[in-house]
Ligand binder design. Sequence first.
Ligand SMILES: [Zn+2]
Length: 217
Amino acid sequence: MFIGHFAVGFAGKKVAPEAPLPALLLAALFADVLWPLLVAVGAEQVRIAPGDTVLTPLEFVSYPWSHSLLMLIIWGALFAAYYRNRPDGKRIGLVLGALVVSHWVLDWITHRPDMPLYPGGPKYGLGLWNNVTATMVVEIAMFAVGVFLYATTTRAKDAIGRWAFWALVILLLGAFIADSLDPSVPPSVQMIWISALILSGVTLLWAAWIERHRTVN
Ligand SMILES: [Zn+2]
Protein backbone atom coordinates (compact mmCIF):
# COMPACT_ATOMS: atom_id res chain seq x y z
CA MET A 1 0.00 0.00 0.00
CA PHE A 2 1.12 3.57 -0.57
CA ILE A 3 -1.16 6.48 0.50
CA GLY A 4 -3.19 4.06 2.64
CA HIS A 5 -0.29 4.11 5.12
CA PHE A 6 -0.39 7.92 5.17
CA ALA A 7 -4.16 7.71 5.66
CA VAL A 8 -3.91 5.76 8.92
CA GLY A 9 -1.04 8.00 10.07
CA PHE A 10 -3.15 11.15 9.54
CA ALA A 11 -6.15 9.45 11.18
CA GLY A 12 -4.00 8.67 14.24
CA LYS A 13 -4.13 12.37 15.15
CA LYS A 14 -7.83 11.98 15.93
CA VAL A 15 -7.13 9.17 18.42
CA ALA A 16 -3.94 10.64 19.92
CA PRO A 17 -3.98 14.42 19.31
CA GLU A 18 -0.86 14.82 21.48
CA ALA A 19 1.19 12.68 19.10
CA PRO A 20 3.26 14.75 16.65
CA LEU A 21 2.36 14.24 12.97
CA PRO A 22 5.90 13.13 11.95
CA ALA A 23 5.81 10.43 14.66
CA LEU A 24 2.38 9.21 13.47
CA LEU A 25 3.55 9.02 9.86
CA LEU A 26 6.88 7.45 10.82
CA ALA A 27 5.01 4.72 12.73
CA ALA A 28 2.60 4.00 9.86
CA LEU A 29 5.45 4.00 7.31
CA PHE A 30 8.05 2.39 9.55
CA ALA A 31 8.31 -0.87 7.57
CA ASP A 32 8.89 1.15 4.38
CA VAL A 33 11.45 3.43 6.08
CA LEU A 34 13.44 0.46 7.36
CA TRP A 35 13.12 -1.52 4.11
CA PRO A 36 15.31 0.62 1.77
CA LEU A 37 18.05 0.72 4.43
CA LEU A 38 18.00 -3.09 4.73
CA VAL A 39 17.93 -3.50 0.94
CA ALA A 40 20.90 -1.10 0.70
CA VAL A 41 23.02 -3.23 3.06
CA GLY A 42 21.82 -6.49 1.46
CA ALA A 43 19.85 -7.79 4.47
CA GLU A 44 16.61 -7.84 2.41
CA GLN A 45 16.09 -8.53 -1.27
CA VAL A 46 13.93 -7.03 -4.00
CA ARG A 47 13.97 -7.93 -7.70
CA ILE A 48 12.74 -5.97 -10.70
CA ALA A 49 10.18 -8.33 -12.24
CA PRO A 50 7.55 -6.58 -14.41
CA GLY A 51 4.15 -8.24 -13.95
CA ASP A 52 4.85 -9.57 -10.45
CA THR A 53 1.59 -7.83 -9.68
CA VAL A 54 -0.19 -5.59 -12.19
CA LEU A 55 0.50 -2.49 -10.09
CA THR A 56 4.19 -2.89 -9.27
CA PRO A 57 7.15 -4.32 -11.20
CA LEU A 58 8.83 -5.16 -7.87
CA GLU A 59 9.13 -8.69 -6.56
CA PHE A 60 9.66 -8.58 -2.81
CA VAL A 61 11.88 -11.64 -2.61
CA SER A 62 12.66 -11.38 1.10
CA TYR A 63 11.92 -8.75 3.75
CA PRO A 64 11.60 -10.57 7.07
CA TRP A 65 12.99 -7.77 9.30
CA SER A 66 10.98 -4.87 7.91
CA HIS A 67 7.76 -6.59 6.81
CA SER A 68 7.03 -9.72 8.90
CA LEU A 69 4.11 -9.49 11.33
CA LEU A 70 6.25 -10.62 14.26
CA MET A 71 8.96 -8.02 13.65
CA LEU A 72 6.39 -5.25 13.18
CA ILE A 73 4.85 -6.18 16.54
CA ILE A 74 8.35 -5.94 18.06
CA TRP A 75 9.09 -2.59 16.33
CA GLY A 76 5.66 -1.37 17.46
CA ALA A 77 6.40 -2.38 21.05
CA LEU A 78 9.65 -0.38 20.86
CA PHE A 79 7.70 2.70 19.72
CA ALA A 80 5.31 2.21 22.66
CA ALA A 81 8.23 1.76 25.10
CA TYR A 82 9.92 4.91 23.81
CA TYR A 83 6.89 7.07 24.68
CA ARG A 84 5.92 5.25 27.90
CA ASN A 85 7.27 7.82 30.39
CA ARG A 86 6.00 10.95 28.69
CA PRO A 87 2.79 12.77 29.65
CA ASP A 88 -0.03 10.98 27.80
CA GLY A 89 2.70 8.58 26.72
CA LYS A 90 0.63 5.43 27.22
CA ARG A 91 -1.98 6.46 24.71
CA ILE A 92 0.56 7.92 22.25
CA GLY A 93 2.65 4.75 22.51
CA LEU A 94 -0.37 2.50 22.01
CA VAL A 95 -1.49 4.40 18.91
CA LEU A 96 2.03 4.52 17.43
CA GLY A 97 2.52 0.81 18.15
CA ALA A 98 -0.81 -0.01 16.48
CA LEU A 99 0.17 2.11 13.47
CA VAL A 100 3.45 0.20 13.08
CA VAL A 101 1.54 -3.12 13.08
CA SER A 102 -1.19 -1.72 10.76
CA HIS A 103 1.45 -1.68 8.04
CA TRP A 104 1.39 -5.48 7.87
CA VAL A 105 -2.40 -5.61 7.58
CA LEU A 106 -2.53 -3.00 4.81
CA ASP A 107 0.33 -4.57 2.85
CA TRP A 108 -1.28 -8.01 3.33
CA ILE A 109 -4.39 -6.66 1.57
CA THR A 110 -2.43 -5.25 -1.38
CA HIS A 111 0.61 -7.52 -1.89
CA ARG A 112 0.56 -10.97 -3.44
CA PRO A 113 1.40 -13.68 -0.85
CA ASP A 114 4.84 -12.31 0.06
CA MET A 115 4.14 -10.96 3.57
CA PRO A 116 5.78 -13.27 6.15
CA LEU A 117 4.17 -13.98 9.52
CA TYR A 118 7.66 -14.19 11.05
CA PRO A 119 11.19 -14.38 9.57
CA GLY A 120 11.30 -17.62 7.61
CA GLY A 121 7.59 -18.24 8.22
CA PRO A 122 4.64 -18.70 5.86
CA LYS A 123 3.73 -15.77 3.59
CA TYR A 124 0.31 -14.25 2.94
CA GLY A 125 -1.24 -11.59 0.73
CA LEU A 126 -4.62 -10.93 -0.88
CA GLY A 127 -3.18 -9.34 -4.03
CA LEU A 128 -5.35 -6.22 -4.38
CA TRP A 129 -2.46 -4.88 -6.50
CA ASN A 130 -3.61 -7.12 -9.35
CA ASN A 131 -6.55 -4.77 -9.84
CA VAL A 132 -5.44 -1.18 -10.46
CA THR A 133 -8.95 0.31 -10.29
CA ALA A 134 -9.79 -1.43 -7.01
CA THR A 135 -6.42 -0.41 -5.54
CA MET A 136 -7.02 3.23 -6.47
CA VAL A 137 -10.58 3.24 -5.11
CA VAL A 138 -9.54 1.66 -1.79
CA GLU A 139 -6.44 3.78 -1.22
CA ILE A 140 -7.97 7.10 -2.31
CA ALA A 141 -11.05 6.46 -0.13
CA MET A 142 -8.83 5.65 2.87
CA PHE A 143 -6.67 8.70 2.18
CA ALA A 144 -9.73 10.97 1.98
CA VAL A 145 -10.95 9.75 5.38
CA GLY A 146 -7.48 10.11 6.97
CA VAL A 147 -6.99 13.62 5.57
CA PHE A 148 -10.50 14.64 6.70
CA LEU A 149 -9.86 13.39 10.25
CA TYR A 150 -6.52 15.20 10.46
CA ALA A 151 -7.89 18.40 8.92
CA THR A 152 -10.81 18.51 11.37
CA THR A 153 -8.76 17.53 14.46
CA THR A 154 -6.18 20.28 13.85
CA ARG A 155 -6.26 23.82 12.52
CA ALA A 156 -3.67 26.04 10.86
CA LYS A 157 -1.91 28.61 13.07
CA ASP A 158 -0.87 30.57 9.98
CA ALA A 159 -0.88 30.44 6.19
CA ILE A 160 2.00 27.94 6.14
CA GLY A 161 -0.01 25.56 8.31
CA ARG A 162 -2.80 25.60 5.77
CA TRP A 163 -0.85 25.48 2.50
CA ALA A 164 1.98 23.19 3.58
CA PHE A 165 -0.62 20.62 4.68
CA TRP A 166 -2.74 20.76 1.52
CA ALA A 167 0.37 20.81 -0.68
CA LEU A 168 1.55 17.57 0.94
CA VAL A 169 -1.90 16.03 0.45
CA ILE A 170 -1.90 16.94 -3.25
CA LEU A 171 1.70 15.79 -3.73
CA LEU A 172 0.99 12.38 -2.17
CA LEU A 173 -2.23 11.94 -4.12
CA GLY A 174 -0.51 12.93 -7.38
CA ALA A 175 2.46 10.64 -6.72
CA PHE A 176 0.11 7.73 -5.96
CA ILE A 177 -1.99 8.22 -9.12
CA ALA A 178 1.11 8.68 -11.31
CA ASP A 179 2.78 5.63 -9.74
CA SER A 180 -0.35 3.47 -10.17
CA LEU A 181 -0.78 4.36 -13.85
CA ASP A 182 2.91 4.48 -14.81
CA PRO A 183 4.00 1.28 -16.54
CA SER A 184 7.72 2.17 -16.51
CA VAL A 185 10.20 -0.03 -14.69
CA PRO A 186 12.91 1.31 -12.36
CA PRO A 187 16.38 1.02 -13.91
CA SER A 188 18.06 -0.63 -10.93
CA VAL A 189 17.54 -1.89 -7.38
CA GLN A 190 19.82 0.91 -6.18
CA MET A 191 17.43 3.43 -7.77
CA ILE A 192 14.52 1.79 -5.88
CA TRP A 193 15.97 2.12 -2.41
CA ILE A 194 17.44 5.57 -3.02
CA SER A 195 14.10 6.97 -4.23
CA ALA A 196 12.23 5.21 -1.38
CA LEU A 197 14.56 6.84 1.17
CA ILE A 198 14.21 10.27 -0.44
CA LEU A 199 10.41 9.99 -0.52
CA SER A 200 10.10 9.05 3.16
CA GLY A 201 12.78 11.55 4.24
CA VAL A 202 11.09 14.43 2.42
CA THR A 203 7.58 13.55 3.64
CA LEU A 204 8.68 13.17 7.28
CA LEU A 205 10.52 16.53 7.23
CA TRP A 206 7.47 18.06 5.53
CA ALA A 207 5.25 16.62 8.27
CA ALA A 208 7.53 18.16 10.94
CA TRP A 209 7.14 21.51 9.16
CA ILE A 210 3.33 21.14 9.11
CA GLU A 211 3.32 20.14 12.80
CA ARG A 212 4.98 23.45 13.79
CA HIS A 213 2.33 25.46 11.93
CA ARG A 214 -0.83 23.66 13.03
CA THR A 215 -2.40 23.11 16.41
CA VAL A 216 -4.98 20.74 17.83
CA ASN A 217 -8.53 22.16 17.99
ZN1 LIG B 1 5.34 -1.80 3.04
